[in-house]
Design a protein around this ligand. Structure first.
Ligand code: COA
Length: 311
């Protein structure tokens, strides 16, 4: 018995912004962006709000889970680009989806680690049997908080949403084998946004923290799950920079073929990046039921951590 991820959904806006488009906007080049980050293009929500993105991803996750909307009894939405100061974006999503009032809905602000924090909260509610079905969403309209004149940040991010329906199943083994999540508030000022301001980042410092934090927490999560790195069938890392992903794989001793990468197509979609990658890996047959999957992320806060899931 335990927590199962029973349905995944994704929504990516149609508009594609390529590195060549960015060359016309700031002093950058496709060559610089590709070699430093691995990103070739990202999606931009022109006419959609973050609520629109979240609702579309959630509708698909609910449909793929084969459940009724009335069965959802909590919505945990991770975002760093909320629709309003308050109420939570999750409340607007609860209304748009037509979920029952008993579906307690709230946002979590853990930047790029938000989906993992959300999954961990869902797991705790499910294991304590306070909830039976939790909708975990990562949704971002980062284009609305990016300074499009700042080449050091505007080339990195994109918009999108991913969602998972997570349930407590009496007859199934738990999906969530381990979870090691961390916060280091003293480093908040290397990645942050002032109220109504733009996202600010000290890229080099974040890069170093990402590689070390994701590596260390991954090793801890693998050990806590009673596994070794070679037992991991698939790694789904937060998609921020291909060089971070490559360094992580090398340090873990896990071949890159076992690591799912789509940062080239979507850039960094923060809280949405892990559920988008999970969904794609599942659709492509790279993520299969029964696999040992390592999820790992690092984001503003600083927040970071890793989970091992038997999918
Ligand atoms: N195009 C061209 N040149 C750029 C540029 C751009 N888009 N952005 C920065 N540069 C320049 C800098 O001005 C600097 O020039 P200088 O040497 O003349 O001063 C040079 O490129 C190197 O900049 P630096 O920031 O040291 O490059 P880097 O190799 O560290 O790469 C990042 C920058 C942002 C790609 C990298 O630090 C990174 O990915 N960090 C982590 C970011 C991240 O993942 N954030 C989210 C975490 S969830």
């Amino acid at each position: 018995m335990g927590t199962k991820i029973v349905g995944l959904g994704v929504y990516l806006p149609e508009k594609v912004l390529t590195n060549f488009d960015l060359e016309k906007m700031v002093d950058t080049s496709d060559e610089w962006i590709t070699t430093r980050t691995g990103i070739k293009e990202r999606r931009i929500a022109e006419n959609e709000t973050v609520v629109d993105l979240a609702v579309k991803a959630a509708e698909e996750a609910i449909s793929n889970a084969g459940i009724e909307k009335t069965e959802v009894d909590a919505v945990v939405l991770a975002t760093l680009s909320p629709q309003l100061g308050f109420p939570a974006t999750a409340c607007l999503v609860q209304e748009r989806l037509g979920l029952p009032h008993s579906a307690m809905s709230f946002d979590i602000s853990a930047a790029c680690s938000g989906f993992l924090y959300g999954l961990d909260i869902a797991d705790a509610y499910l294991k304590s049997k306070k909830k039976k079905t939790v909708l975990v969403i990562g949704a971002e309209k980062l284009s609305s908080i990016i300074d499009w004149k700042d080449r050091s940040t505007c080339v990195l991010f994109g918009d999108g949403a991913g969602a998972a329906v997570v349930r407590y199943e009496e007859n199934d083994e738990s999906d969530i084998l381990s979870s090691k999540l961390y916060t280091k508030g003293e480093a908040w000022n290397i990645l942050y946004r002032e109220p109504c301001g733009y996202l600010k980042m000290e890229g080099r410092k974040v890069f170093k923290e990402a590689v070390s934090g994701m590596t260390k927490s991954s090793l801890e999560a693998i050990e806590e799950a009673g596994l070794r790195p070679e037992d991991i069938d698939l790694v789904i890392p937060h998609q921020a920079n291909f060089r971070i992903i490559k360094a992580l794989a090398e340090k873990l001793g896990i071949p890159l073929e076992k690591v799912y990468v789509n940062v080239n197509r979507y850039g960094n979609t923060s809280a949405a990046s892990i559920p988008i990658a999970m969904y794609e890996a599942y659709r492509k047959g790279k993520l299969k039921r029964g696999m040992n999957v390592l999820l790992t992320a690092m984001g503003g806060g600083l927040t970071w951590g890793s989970m091992v899931v038997r999918f």
